[in-house]
Every structure is written in C-alpha cells, then in structure tokens.
Design a protein around this ligand. Structure first.
Ligand SMILES: CC(=O)O[C@H](CC(=O)[O-])C[N+](C)(C)C
Length: 301
C-alpha cells in the first residue's frame, strides 16, 4: 500500500497542473456535482414542504411518474450558475495552495505532498472560494426557508435585490466568517480524504492518477462525506446567521452560544442525514468530472 504520510522519496507524485486547467476542471466538476446532487436536493425540498410523499423513494417515483425524469431536474439552472464558478475558484485555490505548500516545504517537482500539506492547500482554497460562496449561500438559504403563503422573494435575483435594498451590498456577505470557517475545516476533510483514500487504493509502484474511474468515484464520494462530517456544526451556525432577521445575532460565537443554550449540542448536527445522502453521489461525480476533464485537457495541450 502507498505511504500516505511523508513527502520524501515518493515515486507517485502527480504532475503539477496549470492554474487554468485547475479552474476549468473544477468548474466541470461543479457541473457534475449539481447534475448528480440536484435530484436528491429536489426530493429533500419536496419532502420538507409537502405531506403527499411517503419517503424519498416514493417522492422520486411520483415525480418521475407525473413529470418524467426531467421533473427531478426542475430548478437546476440556479445552482448550476452559482456552483460552477464557485468550484472553479475552489479547485484553482486548492492548486495554488498546493504550489505554496510545495515551495514552503521545499518539495522537489517529483515529491508527493504530505497529507498535512494537502490539508493546508484545502484550507487555503476556502479563502478565495468564500468570496463567491457567501453571497450564493445567503441567497439560497433565504429562498430555502421561505414557506408557501409566506413568500418574500420570487427568486434569486429578487432576493439579491431585496437583501441589498434592506442592508446594502454588505447584506449579501452576512455569514462570511461562518462560511470561511465551515469551508476551511470542510475543505481540509474533503481534500485530505480524497488524496488519502486515493493513495490507500493505489497499488505499490503505481500512481494515484492512474486509478480506475470506480476508485476515483469512491474516493470522491467519501471525500464529500468527510467534508460534511466535519463541517455540519458550522453549516448550522452559518444557515442561522444568514436567515435570521438583522440584529438577531452578533456573530458566530453568539449564534453558537444561543443555539447550544436553547436547543442543546444536538442542534449543531441538524440536517446531517440529507447532507450525507447527497454528499456521496454529488462529490463522487464531481471528482470524476475533475479527473476526466483534466485528462482530456492534458491530452490536448
Ligand atoms: C459546502 C460545500 O460546497 O462543500 C463542497 C462539497 C459539497 O458537497 O458541495 C466542498 N467544498 C467546500 C470544498 C467546496
């Protein structure tokens, strides 16, 4: 089994990727993530807002029977427009983080980065990603908590205009610290799990980048689950900060204290089930999309 912890004398270093290829492959991975994850997200929202379904399978069956397979992809344009650039920036930031780790750690071009260095690069990727992620999540969360009969905004553009009218452009950035903390910690779990599992699955003497699509799919799915396993408490705090009326909380510490005092620690794990059910297929498809598009680009130029 490949050594997963040291940076020295590794025969299996991945070739360094250009920033543009990382950006493009990340965007393609984001498209794959939405395509694979959207049906589960739609089922989750329909279950949350209607009593006509007996469960996830029944909801999928009824949706397909009445609306065809296309029904499962209703409303996919909005996440596609938001997630694609966010994942481009995330994978570009991860690539930049790996280059910084390589130069700080003095790794040669053929040395494999240690998992600590991978964790640093993952955390680093959250810095630029947060600039896009925060307003996207703010608008998404505000729309997701609207209920029938209490609809404040008609859609994402209307919500963005409403938030700006109420609190200025800075209103779109409510929850920035919580988003940075969530994705900083989440991205360490995400990329360390992905690289670690890929290395563990790589036979002695082989290279992780030559793993089968099935192995990439499994490592990607597990990486998505690792992301949510460590990020869910901060995701709960972020969602509460982003959907509360202005002035309810003074910051991350305040929402943490109030949540735990009023509802107990278990409140920090709400939504873990649906997040995990979506995480495996969505992120398996994402990493497969990233690796396949990188291979195609590498063969072209
Ligand atoms: C919160 C989020 O976007 O997590 C990503 C995985 C997912 O399931 O969407 C990973 N990452 C934070 C690295 C973009």
């Amino acid at each position: 089994m490949a050594d997963t912890t040291t940076k020295d004398s590794q025969p299996a270093a991945a070739p360094q990727t250009s920033a543009l290829k990382s950006f493009l492959s990340g965007g393609f991975g984001g498209i794959c993530l939405v395509a694979a994850g959207h049906p589960l997200d739609l089922i989750k929202v329909r279950l949350q807002t209607s009593n006509q379904y007996k469960g996830m399978v029944d909801c999928a069956r009824q949706t397909m029977a009445k609306e065809g397979v296309r029904g499962l992809y209703r409303g996919m344009a909005t996440p596609l427009i938001g997630v694609t650039p966010t994942f481009s920036v995330c994978f570009w930031g991860y690539d930049l983080g790996k280059k910084i780790a390589r130069s700080v750690g003095g790794n040669g071009p053929n040395d494999q980065l240690s998992l600590t260095q991978i964790g640093f690069a993952g955390a680093f990727s959250a810095i630029p990603t947060t600039l896009l992620m925060t307003p996207m999540e703010r608008i998404k969360c505000v729309l997701q908590v609207q209920t029938a009969g209490n609809m404040k905004y008609a859609g994402p553009v209307d919500a963005a205009k409403g938030i700006i009218a109420e609190s200025g452009v800075k209103g779109l950035f409510t929850g920035t610290t919580a988003t940075l903390m969530r994705d900083g910690i989440g991205s360490v779990g995400y990329f360390v799990a992905y690289e670690g599992i890929k290395r563990a699955l790589t036979p002695e003497g082989a290279k992780p980048e030559d793993l089968s699509p099935l192995a990439v799919f499994m490592a990607g799915g597990m990486a998505g689950m690792a992301n949510w396993a460590v990020a869910i408490p901060l995701d709960v705090l972020k969602s509460r900060l982003q959907t509360a009326p202005p002035g309810t909380y003074s910051g991350v510490r305040d929402v943490l204290v109030k949540t735990v005092q009023q509802e107990g620690v278990s409140a920090l794990f709400r939504g873990l089930g649906p997040a995990m059910v979506r995480a495996f297929p969505a992120n398996a498809a994402c990493f497969l999309g990233v690796e396949v598009s990188l291979k195609i680009m590498n063969s072209l130029w």
